[in-house]
Ligand binder design. Structure first.
Ligand code: NAD
Ligand code: TYD
Length: 347
């Protein structure tokens, strides 16, 4: 089986690529990634020489290139992760999100459809999506697979649109597909624009911790390696045309999470108790900020037997250790473009 994984040099993609390359020596894994600011081949150094792995640098929005790649490798299955993924960037440049997340997905769907036409036996288009397509929850309730789509940010609107196209291609052209909608991931190799790695980096450097609004926003956090395991399960055992929600059963208000992070960082850096908390700075809120996300992951639990393997404290501990032991990685990704992004976002 030849599998195309898009966005495999990014945060979640690199964990998925590693899992598939290591666990399935009989699969040929082709990782297609444009290496935007968020893509980093350092994330895959340990597996780059494996016989069943090929990296291809390229853009999913380049139609001719994508069509030629499908003809060359004849991909049986696709796991599609490539995306613009940060809400704040989508507020500043929504069109870039439409281009990659909507047009890029369409171009992949068309290439897949043209390659196999109506002979889709054992083929699969697996689309990786987010819980943010469901919009926001109030203080109670959970997102289920039947919750109506109600996206509030350009990022979530672009992901919602791509989900709809995948479903439409399944209904109209018979493409076999699955979609998973996952909650916030954290763990090693996450680009330090998202809350947890950004704050770890700032604590190391004694910089302010910019908490948006009053900090009373809630997210459901999942350790990235547990997401990769869920993706493996859905890829092999998920039912055609189904959606599975994936979450951590792990809701945290931002401000409580930040205080836990500060506590763990003080211990690890041997700093005086309470010193990192002093860096907390409340800043202007994100426009359209979703109040609360929380996933009901009982379907994937009951049907496929998946559940998270680590507690949040354990996962956070491992994550902090990784960033502290990989300062070169952090330095490399925070030089260059990151500086101007940071200046624009937080000045
Ligand atoms: P990321 O930003 O870390 O990585 C995205 C990857 O896609 C990068 O390697 C980048 O180079 C690549 N890419 C971007 N545009 C491309 C293009 N035009 N052509 C080819 N490659 C391109 O993202 P992530 O956090 O790893 O998220 C991966 C997927 O999972 C996304 O689809 C995202 O919507 C989804 N998701 C993320 C989370 C989360 O918490 N991070 C949660 C649920 C779902
Ligand atoms: P983020 O990691 O950007 O993920 P998402 O917006 O996809 O949930 O943000 C997580 C939460 O943290 C969200 O409520 C916004 C908040 N946040 C801050 O308070 N300050 C920051 O600098 C960032 C990046 C996020």
């Amino acid at each position: 089986m030849t599998i195309l994984i898009t966005g495999g040099a990014g945060f979640i993609g690199s964990h998925v690529v590693r899992l598939f390359v290591e666990a399935y020596s009989n699969y040929h894994v082709v990782n297609l990634d444009a290496l935007t600011y968020a893509g980093n081949l350092e994330n895959l150094k340990d597996i780059e020489k494996k016989d069943n792995y090929t990296f291809v640098k390229g853009d999913i929005t380049n139609e001719d290139f994508v069509n030629n790649l499908f003809q060359k490798y004849r991909f049986d299955r696709v796991i599609h992760l490539a995306a613009e993924s940060h809400v704040d960037r989508s507020i500043n440049d929504p069109l870039a999100f439409v281009k990659t997340n909507v047009m890029g997905t369409m171009i992949l769907l068309n290439a897949f459809k043209s390659l196999w036409t109506d002979n889709f036996i054992n083929k699969l288009f697996y689309h990786i999506s987010t819980d943010e397509v469901y919009g926001t929850l109030g203080q109670t309730g959970l997102f289920t697979e039947t919750t109506s789509y109600d996206p509030n940010s350009p990022y979530s609107a672009s992901k919602a649109s791509s989900d709809h196209f995948v479903r439409a291609y399944g209904e109209t052209y018979g493409i076999p597909y699955v979609i998973t909608n996952c909650s916030n991931n954290y763990g090693q190799n996450q680009f330090p624009e998202k809350l947890i790695p950004l704050f770890i980096n700032n604590i190391i450097k004694n910089k302010p911790l910019p908490v948006y609004g009053d900090g009373n926003y809630t997210r459901d956090w999942l350790y990235v390696k547990d997401h990769a395991v869920a993706i493996d399960l859905v890829f092999h055992k998920g039912k055609n045309k189904e959606t599975y929600n994936i979450g951590g059963f792990n809701e945290w208000k931002n401000i409580d999470l930040v205080k836990l992070l500060c506590k763990q960082m003080d211990e690890k850096l041997h700093r005086e108790k309470g010193s990192s908390e002093k860096l907390i700075t409340y800043v202007k809120d994100r426009p359209g900020h979703d109040l609360r996300y929380a996933i009901d992951a009982s379907k994937i639990n009951k049907e496929l037997g998946w559940k998270p393997s680590v507690t949040f404290e354990e996962g956070l501990n491992k994550t902090i250790d990784w960033y502290l032991n990989n300062e070169d990685w952090l330095c490399n990704v925070t030089s260059g473009e990151y500086q101007s992004y940071y200046e624009k976002q937080y000045s």
